[in-house]
Design a binder for this molecule. Sequence first.
Ligand SMILES: *Cc1c(COP(=O)(O)O)cnc(C)c1O
Length: 449
Amino acid sequence: MSRNPLLADTAARAARYVDAVRERSVVPSQDAIARLDALGGALPEDGEDPGALIALLDDVGSPATVASTGGRYFGFVTGGALPATVAANWLATAWDQNAGLFAQSPVASKVEEIAAAWLLDVLGLPSSSGVGFVTGATMANFTALAAARHWLLKRAGWNVEERGLFGAPEITVIVGGEVHVSLLKALALLGFGRMRVITVPADDQGRMRADALPALNDRTLVCIQAGNVNTGAFDPAATICAKAREANAWVHVDGAFGLWAAAAPQRAHLMNGFAEADSLATDCHKWLNVPYDSGLSFVRDAESLRAAMSIRAAYLSQGDNREPCQFTPEASRRARGIEVWAALRSLGRRGLAEMIESNCRLATRFAAGLRSAGFAVLNDVMLNQVMVSFGNAEKTRRVIAEVQNQGACWCGGTEWHGHTAMRISVSCWATTEEDVDRSLAAIVRIAGT
Ligand SMILES: *Cc1c(COP(=O)(O)O)cnc(C)c1O
């Protein structure tokens, strides 16, 4: 028996939560949410027993969670957490490693290096790319775009890290009509501005229209997308990357979830041409199914990533080992590469392909079930995203609200080219055919009343 019963007791509580999560309502009850006040009150003068407060947190907190890791949560684009990744996260948290520097955590640095090489392999990206382990796709976009900014301005004779953007040569930023809002936020944070982008129109599936691309030059940054958040569609990367290469422009890819199609042989054609891009961003807490918070930046010219992220201090010497903080905005941080390593090692190449493929098959099953019940599926379902209308906007909104309220499953709403739609994203490792059929039955029943 451990001399640390707190951790053993907490592990037992966590295991009970995970065992039960598949069967409970996906949303917490109003009562459970109201009971959260029990966690508050005045700050205690004297410290409380950790075992007691963990018991309180479990008793009051667990019922007020959204069961997003349980297999019937289809909101936004939300993965679960594979068992191996939760366990690896616990161990790494107990280690309490600072993953900023090799000297602070040789294991964190080494595991990142190993996972980075596996990722580049399984995603079909150049093996010499720089890889940054960041908090999510927003920061992955930010980090990769900072590398783009460095490279484009360096070739224009401007050192942006030293001199900033005031007086710098202008960079033209191109986005598609269906650009994700988080990419615009990243552009804003980098001083590119949300409004001064050139927006290229998108087609009926949300793909950037390559024929509408303006002339590119060596001061152009083209931001494309692998996986539209509503339809799952991919921009025509091969054509765009070829044009950009000719013009010496930089192509960045927001592939928050779509990038993982590269890991599944039957979907890999969707990623055709994307490996030619200069930088790519993705999430691990979405389709790789690791705990929050976890995203990745990939930059073909690793030196540009390092130059954009580097910090200078005499005590941060650079040896032969990977210094994780040279690839990310953060210095001190948790060892999030450990869960990525655990996911890849527990799945293997085949398991990863099957997890992605299975989610795509289940999305197709959803679409078929909804169509056969008489409802209109609004997108070509070729990945994991399904959009459905239940008639007019008012009815669709009512169905979404009622589905969310009843808790058999959870689906969000969206607007798509003038239609109000329910959006279903199948992104969780735990989702089964039975989960889809149960969810379909609930949705069809609600929509039929
Ligand atoms: C989810 C998503 C993002 C933002 O990711 P975060 O992990 O929430 O920062 C960016 N782009 C696309 C296409 C997404 O689906």
